[in-house]
Ligand binder design. Sequence first.
Ligand SMILES: Nc1nc2c(ncn2[C@@H]2O[C@H](COP(=O)(O)OP(=O)(O)OP(=O)(O)O)[C@@H](O)[C@H]2O)c(=O)[nH]1
Ligand SMILES: [Mg+2]
Length: 301
Amino acid sequence: MAEKSAFVAVVGRPSAGKSTLINTLCGQKVSIVSLVPQTTRNTIRGIVTREEGQLVFVDTPGRHISEKKLNRKLVELSDRALEESELTLYLIDASRLVGKEEEELARAVQYSRAYPDRTVIALNKIDDKRADTAAVYAFLQEKLPGIPRERQCELSAKNGTGVEELLRLLFSLAPEGPRLYPEDTYTDQDVQFRIAEIIREKAINNLREELPHSIYVEVADTELRDEGRRLWVRAFILVERESQKGIVVGKGGEMIKTIRQSAQKDLHRIFDWKVELDLRVKVASDWRQNDTVLRRLIDRS
Ligand SMILES: Nc1nc2c(ncn2[C@@H]2O[C@H](COP(=O)(O)OP(=O)(O)OP(=O)(O)O)[C@@H](O)[C@H]2O)c(=O)[nH]1
Ligand SMILES: [Mg+2]
């Protein structure tokens, strides 16, 4: 049988579970996850290689309706992934009510390159007691009648239920083509970006309220020490205001210490190196309005 290969754009509302799903599919932490919507800010590739061939999943920022500059850039990234990928995987959080945002998504999916024949819809979070799949099917019947039930499935990205069936479905739709990456590759992100993302995840998960949207992380320097056994990293958490700096540092430096230690632990698990993180906080006012900063942060591809 000829080998198959495809890019799969994974789209959905903020917090639908797109990054969680990609991590489950790849068996590795490829993309960071949090309770806070709009965690993913770049398109991130997670690669799955099987006998049938290779699928390159493109994680995208959750599509949120807002005219803010950062948000508009994030929606552009999702649009681009939908234009460039052979397959579309539209993920819906079945534990939440569908609403205006979901309608906008259905519309974006409808205009994507892979619509309708190479589009799959997955209802996520079926492990959640609040999941109401009947309501989602009714919504789909109305908004995306071009996608038959055979190309809709239910899953739990968190515990893995239904994930193998989803893979089978996607491989069945993928066009023939050669692998793009070696078979043991599960992501194409560079080390510095992954470090910055892990730090951002720990910051988001430890900080509250509006702060997660106000930060970004910059890795300033890295160096392998102890004959390549230990990785030393200097990184900055950038906030928008002086008052936020105090929150990230915390009383007696407790907060930044928690962020540093949990990031080090994760990084040690992901890479083989022991990681020594020199982590500091800096103010970069209004970075979300600054085009140069946004371009550097978002348009990495
Ligand atoms: N119960 C349950 N929770 C899930 C499932 N999948 C994801 N979650 C949770 O949903 C939240 C959001 O998950 P993410 O993977 O970050 O969602 P996302 O779609 O990537 O979000 P953005 O990047 O912000 O667009 C996290 O708290 C996850 O643990 C699932 O199958 N079941
Ligand atoms: Mg995400």
